[in-house]
Design a protein around this ligand. Structure first.
Ligand SMILES: [Zn+2]
Length: 101
């Protein structure tokens, strides 16, 4: 979990994501196509044409902390002894597998 400052949200199709957006999402070196594929694989019922809410945010310096049972990347529920949820685990494995393409 972390303290973040949230900026103006916007709604757009997932397929409209730009290389700059992908980098801002924390995946430098991933192409928009790869990002869309990963996102759809890890979010059930999501397609490239799905309208998603984009919430630009910045971490507040010093506001980041971890708590067992909560994902330190997305804040979702994680296993009681873990600080990473299965979705973020999946995303990690996916980015790792891209490096070996
Ligand atoms: Zn997570």
């Amino acid at each position: 979990m972390a303290i973040i400052r949230v900026n103006e949200p916007s709604r757009e199709k997932l397929s409209a994501i730009t290389p700059e957006d992908v980098e801002a999402e924390g995946f430098p070196g991933m192409t928009p196509t790869q990002f869309i594929r990963m996102f759809c694989d890890s979010h059930e019922s999501c397609r490239p044409s799905t309208i998603i809410t984009r919430i630009p945010y910045a971490y507040v310096p010093g506001g980041r902390f971890t708590l067992p049972g909560f994902c330190r990347f997305c804040g979702d529920r994680a296993a009681a002894t873990s600080t990473k949820c299965s979705k973020c685990e999946f995303v990690d494995q996916f980015s790792e597998s891209l490096k070996h393409d």
